[in-house]
Design a protein around this ligand. Structure first.
Ligand code: NCD
Length: 314
């Protein structure tokens, strides 16, 4: 795998291979010295044009646990424009000879564009409303740990699907893994034609009890230019996942950050059904597996750099 730009580029075998390798990396986090030398001498550049807590810290930790050198570059969203200046930034930072660039931007398609401007491997950490492939992979990993496999699992993705790159990547990844996906929310927050992705669409939570997994999305205020719901309180009345709507055997997921009291009630965030913290922990090992995967390709094209003795799980 040269880059990770979109879940569309992966098939089920790719997803399983990445999750299996992530599983093998879990043991590293249990060690006293939480490091393996797999990417020693490699440089990973984290380029974040948008706010991030989980994604950024887990990519940094993932690269460090593989012994790569990490450079963090935070572009303040206000001073950097898209187009030429994104290109200039990439060309300038290219002077540091990064082997991989992890990039998050508010612009759909930016990760793909960047992959044409640099020889580095590109990992999409979120491009606008388009995709967030590592989130989908860590969610698949979390569910495989919890359910064994996703074949036939009924997964409901609830809330602001319209503005969510997580929804798009997760619909694709969950379906590739054999799950049946339903999206649910107010009509104003469900994109027209989303059925074309193969999912079912509901505008109420009446049938939510059918779901094995309830995946709640954050209301993405920062991407809303108009008023999509009458008020957050009204939204919560109809679409909040709370103790009344969540059954004891359902698994509850959320990509974070949670708006407590809006898409989720506080009681369900802290309930035993919630795997939200497990998702965050999965983020580190899955991103280790992704970095290993894209940089192992670089190894294959530069055989003199291959270290056959690196103790990386197969
Ligand atoms: C998501 C994102 O930024 O796309 N967060 C994340 O990466 N865990 C979802 C969100 O912001 O709601």
């Amino acid at each position: 795998m040269r880059h990770l730009l979109s879940i569309e580029d992966l098939d089920r075998a790719d997803i399983e291979r990445i999750c299996d390798r992530a599983g093998a990396f879990e043991e590293v986090a249990e060690r006293e010295v939480k490091k393996v030398p797999a990417l020693r001498g490699r440089t990973v550049l984290n380029l974040f044009y948008e706010a991030s807590t989980r994604t950024r810290s887990s990519f940094e930790l993932a690269a460090k646990r593989l012994s790569a050198d990490v450079v963090n570059f935070a572009a303040s969203g206000s001073s950097v424009e898209k187009g030429e200046s994104l290109k200039d930034t990439i060309l300038t930072l290219g002077a540091h000879k990064p082997d991989a660039i992890v990039i998050r931007t508010p612009w759909a398609g930016a990760a793909e564009l960047v992959s044409r401007w640099t020889p580095a491997a590109i990992v999409n950490a979120g491009d606008g409303k388009h995709e967030h492939p590592t989130q989908a992979l860590l969610d698949v990993h979390t569910l495989r740990r919890r359910l064994g496999n996703l074949d036939g699992a009924k997964i409901w993705i609830v809330g602001d699907v319209l503005h969510s790159r997580v929804a798009r990547s997760n619909i694709l990844a969950f379906q590739k893994m054999g799950a049946e996906v339903t999206v649910a929310g107010p009509p104003t927050l469900i994109p027209r034609g989303i059925e074309a992705l193969g999912c079912d669409v509901r505008y109420t939570l009446d049938d939510l009890p059918q779901a094995d997994v309830v995946y709640a999305l954050r209301m993405q205020h920062e991407r809303m230019t108009d008023s999509f719901v009458p008020s957050l309180r009204e939204y919560a009345t109809w679409y909040q996942v709370n103790g009344r709507r969540l059954g004891p055997r359902q698994v509850l997921m959320h990509p974070g950050p949670v708006n407590r009291g809006v898409e989720l009630s506080a009681e369900v965030v802290d309930s035993p059904q919630a795997v939200i913290t497990a998702q965050v922990a999965a983020g580190v090992v899955v991103r280790m597996a992704v970095l290993y995967e894209v940089l192992a390709h670089a190894n294959a094209t530069a055989p003199h750099e291959t270290d056959p003795s690196h103790p990386v799980p197969a």
